[in-house]
Design a protein around this ligand. Structure first.
Ligand code: ZN
Ligand code: ZN
Length: 365
């Protein structure tokens, strides 16, 4: 991948990060089911029948604004700049030995290590330096992962929300596929299974929205794939040819919702809450949201994240999708102040929905 020419890589950067893509993809959707509202012969759309669309003129306007205003600004709340982000070192020994307690560790961005009844689960694992096809350009981490990949306990299950580079990192999934003790099960949206196959990863299960799978390792444990309002692509030519969504894990003693990457879509979140809620913990994105005129369709802001928290009937939530990559215009630390303000405005107690320190582990049960 490092042989990619700079001109091609720059075109990818423009197309991928911002949400612009080239229309007119000629591929066919091997999983097309005409009766499903979000299926199309050449890919997928959101539950409202629409795609998140961004004409090239909007992209150019955004880039011009960013350049002229010097955005994103450095972290506003830390005099030490990016060094103000406190990265805690997870208690690796405890996590490796734990077979009984329910714990959740925020590794960074959308990567969480969830431990339930001896099962180790990773969400959207990303342990690389950049969220891009090559490691010599593209969005670079401002804050490192809280633990190295090699320090993880053996992972049983990896859930992938969609194929954007900050959620599906090739080097990370290949390393997990080689972990001692055998590969984890990779649970992926429709179409991402084909990408996995091309990487030589075979322990994969593909999901459409509302599909459910009973985890054989844990009696009574169910994994569900649920809708989100977003889009997909890894090249300028594969826009929306693979599906996107969130994940629900329900065990006899713990229920967890991982929203992935999403815009505000009340009907989807109310359906998730009604069918599968309430949740003991929800992981909801709170970052990568400005400017709203450009990002609003695909990424919620903290105010909308609070609406998701309510709609899915979460008892507690953790803010994800912030604090690692500067993908958009707001300072990287903006959610630290914006989320409590949004909770106050909605009369939701602050302790119900928090951003955690990088590397913080919460023992929930
Ligand atoms: Zn995305
Ligand atoms: Zn993302």
């Amino acid at each position: 991948m490092s042989r990619l020419r700079p001109s091609i890589a720059l075109a990818l950067l423009v197309a991928l990060i911002a949400g612009a893509g080239f229309a007119g993809c000629s591929s066919t959707n091997p999983y097309y089911a005409p009766e499903k509202i979000h299926h199309r012969p050449d890919g997928f759309v959101n539950s409202d029948g629409q795609q998140v669309s961004k004409p090239f003129s909007m992209l150019l306007r955004w880039w011009r604004e960013r350049w002229s205003q010097g955005l994103p600004a450095a972290p506003a709340q830390f005099v030490q700049g990016y060094g103000g982000f406190e990265v805690r070192t997870p208690d690796v020994e405890m996590l490796r030995d734990n077979r009984t307690r329910t714990t959740v560790t925020w590794v960074g961005h959308a990567t969480l290590l969830v431990q339930v009844d001896g099962l180790n689960i990773l969400t959207d694992p990303h342990f690389s330096e950049r969220a891009f096809p090559v490691q010599w350009m593209g969005p670079r981490r401002r804050v490192p992962p809280a633990m190295p990949l090699g320090a993880l306990p053996r992972i049983d299950l990896v859930v992938i929300s969609h194929n954007h580079y900050d959620h599906l990192d090739r080097d990370t999934v290949l390393a997990l596929n080689r972990q001692p003790g055998g590969p984890p099960l990779f649970a992926v949206p429709l179409g991402v299974d084909l990408w996995m196959r091309d990487q030589g990863i075979s322990n994969v299960r593909r999901f459409d929205w509302w599909d459910m799978f009973r985890l054989p390792q844990l009696p009574g444990a169910e994994l569900h794939f649920v809708p989100a309002k977003h889009w997909s692509s890894r090249t300028p030519f594969d826009r929306n040819t693979t599906l996107w969504g969130g994940w629900v894990l329900r065990t006899p003693g713990f229920s967890f919702y991982f929203a992935g990457d999403t815009g505000w879509s009340p009907a989807d979140f109310e359906a998730i809450g009604a069918r599968l809620g309430p949740f003991d913990l929800a992981a909801i994105p709170v970052g990568a949201y400005e400017p709203r005129w450009f990002m609003g369709e695909q990424h919620v802001d903290p105010t909308e994240a609070v609406l998701i928290h309510r709609a899915v009937r979460a008892r507690r939530s953790v803010g994800i999708h912030w604090g690692a990559f500067e993908l958009t215009d707001e300072p990287l630390d903006a959610p630290i102040g914006a989320l409590p303000a949004a909770l106050d405005a909605a009369c939701v107690p602050r302790e119900q929905f928090e951003v955690w320190k990088h590397g913080e582990t919460r023992v929930l049960r």
